[in-house]
Design a protein around this ligand. Structure first.
Ligand code: SF4
Ligand code: SF4
Length: 85
């Protein structure tokens, strides 16, 4: 019997985030909690010797979960895209 692969819903980008890499302690909480899995560790080290988190550049839905997961105040800022952006 032939089976069909379920079609994945299109991933709509509704926002983006900015990470102040020098504030990041590389704990990975935001990476773990992001429902879209659009965050990852940078291969580079910051001034404190941590691999900071970086946005992959696509797929953020501006849910804010990474902001609340981050223990470092000011490390993450979440932006919501306007309709038509
Ligand atoms: S706002 Fe939500 S979707 Fe965007 S990077 Fe943060 S946790 Fe992921
Ligand atoms: S939760 Fe904050 S400190 Fe931890 S990796 Fe993400 S940005 Fe860095």
């Amino acid at each position: 019997m032939a089976t069909q692969a379920a079609k994945k819903p299109a991933r709509k980008t509704r926002g983006f985030i900015k990470i102040r890499e020098e504030e990041c302690k590389g704990c990975g909480c935001c990476i773990e909690d992001c429902p879209q899995k659009v965050l990852e560790f940078s291969p580079n080290l910051n001034r404190m010797g941590y691999h900071p988190c970086v946005y992959k550049g696509d797929g953020c839905i501006a849910c804010g979960i990474c902001f609340y997961a981050c223990p470092e105040p000011g490390a993450i800022t979440v932006y919501q895209l306007e309709e038509g952006d």
